[in-house]
Design a protein around this ligand. Structure first.
Ligand code: HSE
Length: 426
């Protein structure tokens, strides 16, 4: 049996969950891992947050230096959130030779190279399982379970807030605004929901996961991003009629040297395993060249699930004889040998409205044909002299779809494009 002394910086929701699991499951960890974990210091600018866990005053840290100078502490948990002062604190801790376990996705996505450099300088470990998909051990799976595979694709529903909103819109016919309000009232969505609904949070996660999956640096700037704010109940209803549900997907694909990384809403066939991931749950679908298809499902946020991921990293950090670093040159730049595809190929759903006059359908079909877009199916409904037409296309280049849409809009000033949504192939 060995004793490992841990410090926690920031004891809010996730830091609190970490403290609870380390104390509630102390004996389990002692029995199964042979490690007696002790929370020796807790740092938080709000003392009342430390007190609510009944932590003795002797464990209150007065500053970051208080933690760094304690030679008995070997692992430091960062659950403060935000970029600063977390970044400065983490770098100081790493340079002092103590390992960091963090849940800070934004920080890893934006500053991973400099943090890893500090870790290498200090011969310390930098672990961040909790930063991606909360309690789902996807990073460990990629690094330790699937390392023998070339990962071909990773497709995730990796933002619980947007999945909750889209599920409410699908199952209860709620408007986007009403579903967002409910998510805010329940504490899923922030007062300013931009990070979630505009896809920033998912793009940070995708940048980290695709870097690990494809063993190359995929900076956030390489990730195409589109959120869910434009999705309407009509889009959801059209999807239902055609056999799809709308999900905010994070998609990473690698084919030779070509890599696609994109976050956007998509029609997901109801038969796809990702279609049944509802509410605030997350899931990551992975395909490796030998293992074939896998899916990881679970809670992507919350005190206890994220605490579970943090403690897994604490155990991991405590057991390794040398720290784990990235398999690729982690310099924040796209590797010259990798080509990020700007012009994506996908099936598309396009809905338009036009004047219901003879020849209108054939003129639209002609525009698609001249732009190399092949139509898979068409549904038309008419009302008051207006035709509402929904197209599903075969796989087409996005540039060709956009050109077709712009030619369609120029054809007649009453022509209107209602929606353009990518379709996930089954
Ligand atoms: N806000 C995120 C979500 C959790 O809704 O899934 C933290 O990344």
């Amino acid at each position: 049996m060995k004793t490992v002394n841990v410090a926690i910086m920031g004891i809010g929701t996730v830091g609190g969950g970490t403290y609870e699991i380390l104390t509630e499951n102390h004996d389990l960890l002692l029995k199964t891992q042979g490690i007696d974990f002790k929370v020796k210091k807790v740092l938080d600018k709000d003392i009342s947050r430390i007190k609510r866990f009944g932590i003795p005053e002797s464990a209150f840290a007065s500053s970051i230096e208080d933690i760094i100078s304690d030679d008995e502490i070997s692992v430091v948990v960062e659950t403060m959130g935000g970029v600063e002062p977390a970044k400065t604190f983490i770098e100081k801790v790493l340079l002092s030779g103590k390992s960091i376990v963090t849940a800070n996705k934004e920080l890893i996505a934006k500053h991973w190279p400099s943090l890893e450099q500090a870790a290498k300088k200090g011969k310390a470990g930098l672990y961040f399982e909790a930063s991606c998909v909360g309690g789902v051990p996807i990073i460990r799976a990629l690094q330790e379970g699937l390392q023998a595979n070339n990962i071909e694709k990773i497709i995730g529903i990796i933002n619980g807030t947007t999945n909750y909103i889209l599920t409410k819109m699908t199952e209860e016919n709620m408007s986007y605004a009403a579903a967002l309000k409910e998510a805010q009232n329940l504490g899923f969505a922030e007062f300013n929901p931009t990070a979630d609904v505009d896809g920033f949070d998912a793009s940070y996660t995708l940048s980290i996961l695709s870097s690990l999956a494809f063993n190359t640096c995929i900076p956030i700037t390489s990730v195409y991003r589109e959120g869910i704010t434009g999705i309407t109940v009509e889009d959801i209803a059209a999807g239902k009629e055609l056999g799809y549900v709308i999900k905010l997907l994070a998609i990473g694909k690698k084919n030779g040297t070509d890599v696609e990384v994109r976050v956007h809403p998509a029609f997901v066939p109801v038969s796809h395993p990702l279609a049944s991931v509802g509410g605030s749950f997350n899931a990551v679908f992975v395909k490796g060249d030998f293992v074939d298809e896998l899916m990881f499902y679970g809670r992507g946020a919350g005190a206890r699930p994220t605490g579970s991921a943090i403690v897994s990293d604490i155990v991991y950090a405590s057991k390794r004889t040398s720290p784990l670093y990235t398999t690729f040159e982690n310099n924040g730049k796209l590797d010259g040998s990798v080509n990020i595809s700007g012009d994506l190929t996908s099936n598309f759903y396009i809905s338009v409205s036009v004047k219901d006059i003879p020849g209108v359908l054939s003129s639209i079909a002609g525009i698609f044909a001249s732009n190399n877009v092949s139509i898979e199916s068409v549904v038309q409904k008419g009302k008051d002299g207006i035709a509402f037409i929904r197209f599903l296309t075969h796989a087409a280049k996005e540039s060709e779809i956009r050109r077709a849409i712009s030619e369609f809009s120029e054809l007649d000033k009453s022509n209107r494009v209602i929606s353009m949504i990518r379709v996930l192939e089954n």
